[in-house]
Design a binder for this molecule. Structure first.
Ligand code: GLA
Length: 754
């Protein structure tokens, strides 16, 4: 058990050797958070860190770290919980009542009056995690708040959530953060993943300063502008060393992630559902549970923080048979055909894909209703027989007969005004009665807060999936929510709308995933506009961005990797000139970037030349031989495209047993007479020896040499000019000067056993 309770000092200590969290019942009965982060001895008391605390009074205001800060009681920092009680006040006095220390991780209590589960991490075996639940009660309102910490075995990651139960008169929850984290100083730099369509999750940094810095969404989804994730690092922290925090929300709706530095220099971090678009009426006997937050701490740099989060998302958030299975290399027809396809064209594409070693054929948008373009058809999930003369079943049959898996695209949450569904049920589209609706991409959003809508979608999508016998589904979401309002709750409860919508989404996912347990789900939202830990509970991979340009992808995938594992990032090789940027990198460069994701192609293979087909075949073979390493290994960022002139990027993956690794170095533009440069690797055994083969195309390695782990990590591999002790083969030209843009080097690394 990694959680200890000391009844003498009234302290809890969560510790697993990698991190410690120390909580205490303060002198006034509130719960304090004495320490979080670095591992400490579990036998000592840490009460000396703060003077006895009787509540905020007229003395020097001591910024006491609180586990659940509420407003209006002398703590003037941002609150974690704001509840309006019967008298209209938001003052609570949350007194410690009891606690439970549990092995494993219990399911989160369901919120009253919504269907479907909240996405949350789980412990497969009791030994994988321990959980502390502390109940605090406000006697006057008869509200009990349960604070929850789950510590994962051997990982410096804690899952946080809070449940509010009401035994008194109805109250309104105005703010309910999933986690607050009080830190003893504010000397941190905040990292956020920000952008827009086609350049999602770029790394942005800003130092904390007195006051508040925040990222948030009010779009109804987690959004492309900011990801529900922030990291903090010391100014001296690097990828490999130093302290870092990562704070992430498993929620696909509006969120707030914020850090505040108060006058004495301490910092409070909070993350949760965005209070700007949220208010929840909690009736007598009602229960409300917040989404879950994951909080990671590492003293092994940003790399250590990312690795901890990746591990928990892969093992404890993703579920089902695809959690651990190797994901198929796919061909998606979208950029190859857009809406212009028919049965025969698809079959021809699939046949070429199969010949190149591709394993899954995905039919994207346009197969249903009157969907000849993006003005019509959404909502009508019956097959378009003009395009698909043999229906989905016939197409699926032919694809399966080739030995390929078959997948389809859906966008269940949407409707076009020009659709049978909208003509029948205009009242199912979100909007405020009597006001005009804002259309985006010519479509409206269905009101998933209405259970009947979710039931309908479950039926029609199930029927389509049954017909097609699909192995894979890409679930898209191509606009944000405007004119938020739902007939599902009365006018005074419209603050619940966004939360109820996301619950409807989760309900639909849960029911479809349960009904089709073998299917591989990939989430998508105009590219990467809903890339969050919440959806990873059902869809273990997500389309990272509609921007398939390999150069843009270096930044997008690098940024995304700060929080999310390679196994979650959909990445495809597409045609040139690239449809988003007009760039023309080589086919091999495009593949070398897309391989560090759930790999696939998105082009018309019947238009490739014979030479290109052979190249694709080699790329697929190279990837599939290393697939388990790439998607399951530890990911280390070696060189950032957000630093310097951004011309170079490098990263590597290392197998858990250390026997194999693959490092990648990318240079966007050729520079004459480049400076001497060495790429230092990470995570190898300094005492071991490694055989390295270098690949600058997928035609085969062009250099082979043996080096010690210490040499590779402390001196590094010479990039320009290449150094290398050629030990076999006839690789004549280590010094070959490559005079063109878009070059890469892959270093395939194997520990030498003899
Ligand atoms: C979105 C997705 C694309 C594609 C189109 C289809 O933009 O991100 O990958 O599926 O929709 O309309």
């Amino acid at each position: 058990m990694t959680i200890a309770w000391n009844p003498q000092t009234r302290e809890w200590h969560l510790h697993n050797g990698a991190t410690s969290w120390v909580l205490a019942v303060l002198e006034n009965g509130w719960i304090g958070q004495l320490h979080a982060g670095a591992p400490l001895s579990p036998d000592a008391s840490y009460r000396h860190l703060y003077p006895p605390f009787a509540g905020f009074d007229n003395r020097m205001p001591e910024p006491v770290p609180l586990a659940v800060p509420v407003p209006g009681v002398g703590d003037f920092r941002v609150p974690g919980l704001v509840v309006e009680t019967r008298d209209g006040a938001t003052v609570l006095d949350l007194q410690y009542a009891t606690h439970r220390i549990l092995r494993g991780k219990p399911a989160l209590p369901a919120t009253t009056g919504v269907r479907g589960p909240m996405p949350a991490t789980y412990a497969e075996h009791e030994a994988d995690a321990d959980t502390l639940e502390i109940d605090c009660t406000d006697a006057r309102s008869r509200i009990t708040v349960t604070l929850r910490w789950t510590l994962f075995a051997a990982r410096p990651v804690v899952a946080r959530s809070m449940t509010i139960a009401n035994e008194g008169a109805p109250v309104t929850i105005r703010t309910a953060m999933s986690a607050t984290l009080d830190l003893p100083d504010g000397a941190w730099t905040m990292l956020q993943l920000s952008g827009v369509w086609a350049r999602e999750r770029h790394l942005v940094e800003r130092p904390l300063a007195p006051g508040r810095v925040a990222v948030s969404s009010v779009r109804g989804g987690s959004g492309p502008e900011h990801n529900p994730f922030i990291a903090l690092r010391r100014p001296t922290t690097t990828e490999g060393a130093g302290e870092a925090w990562g704070v992430m929300l498993a929620w696909s709706g509006n969120f707030l992630a914020e850090a505040e530095v108060e006058p004495f220099g301490t910092a409070r971090v909070r993350i949760g559902e965005n209070p700007e678009t949220f208010a929840w009426r909690l009736e007598h006997d009602g229960v409300f549970t917040t989404p879950e937050a994951l909080v990671a701490w590492s003293d092994r740099g940003l790399g250590g923080m990312s690795d901890a989060l990746h591990a928990v998302l892969r093992r404890n958030m993703a579920r089902g048979p695809w959690r651990d299975a190797e994901r198929p290399v796919l061909l998606n027809n979208w950029e190859g055909t857009y809406f212009d396809f028919d049965h025969d064209r698809l079959v021809a594409m699939a046949a070429e894909a199969k010949a190149m070693g591709i394993e899954l054929f995905v039919l994207d948008d346009g197969w249903f209703g009157a969907r000849s373009d993006d003005h019509r058809g959404l909502g009508d999930w019956t097959v378009n027989r003009t395009k698909l003369r043999r229906g989905l079943a016939g197409l699926g049959e032919e694809i399966h007969a080739m030995g390929l898996q078959f997948g389809i695209w859906i966008e269940p949450e949407m409707v076009n005004a020009d659709s049978d569904l909208f003509r029948e049920r205009p009242d199912w589209a979100i909007g405020v009665p009597g006001r005009r609706r804002t259309a985006q991409r010519h479509q409206l959003v269905l009101d998933l807060a209405i259970p009947e809508v979710v039931d309908h979608l479950f039926d029609v999508i199930s029927a389509a999936l049954d017909e097609a016998k699909v192995d894979y589904v890409k679930w898209d979401w191509n606009r944000f929510i405007t004119e938020p309002w739902t007939p599902a709750v009365p006018p005074e409860r419209q603050g619940e709308f966004f939360h109820r919508y996301v619950y409807g989404l989760y309900d639909l996912y849960e029911r479809l995933v349960t009904r089709f347990p073998g299917v591989l789900w990939e989430s998508c939202a105009s590219g990467g506009a809903r890339f969050d830990a919440g959806l990873l509970a059902w869809a273990p991979q997500a389309w990272t961005s509609d921007d398939t340009d390999a150069v843009e992808r270096l930044r997008i995938q690098y940024g995304t990797s700060l929080a999310y594992p390679v196994s979650s990032m959909g990445a495809h090789v597409s045609d040139i000139p690239n449809h988003q940027t007009g760039r023309t990198p080589s086919l091999d460069f495009r593949a070398a970037v897309a391989m560090f994701g759930t790999f696939g192609y998105e082009l018309d293979p019947t238009r490739l030349t014979g030479e290109e087909r052979a190249a694709v075949q080699r790329q697929v073979a190279f990837f599939t031989e290393r697939r388990a390493l790439i998607s399951g290994g530890r990911f280390d960022r070696l060189r950032s495209p957000f630093e310097g002139d951004g011309n170079e990027t490098a990263w590597m993956v290392t197998a858990a047993d250390g026997a194999r690794a693959l490092a990648a170095f990318y240079r966007v533009l050729f520079r004459p007479l480049p400076v001497r440069d060495r790429l230092r690797l990470r995570g190898l055994d300094p005492a071991a020896r490694y055989e390295i083969t270098r690949w600058t195309s997928f035609d085969g390695p062009d250099l082979r040499f043996i080096r010690g782990g210490d040499d590779l990590m402390r001196i590094g591999i010479g990039i320009e000019p290449a150094d290398g002790e050629i030990v076999e083969g006839d690789f004549p030209d280590g010094m070959r000067l490559v005079r063109h843009d878009f070059t890469f080097r892959l270093y395939d690394i194997r520990r030498v056993t003899a």
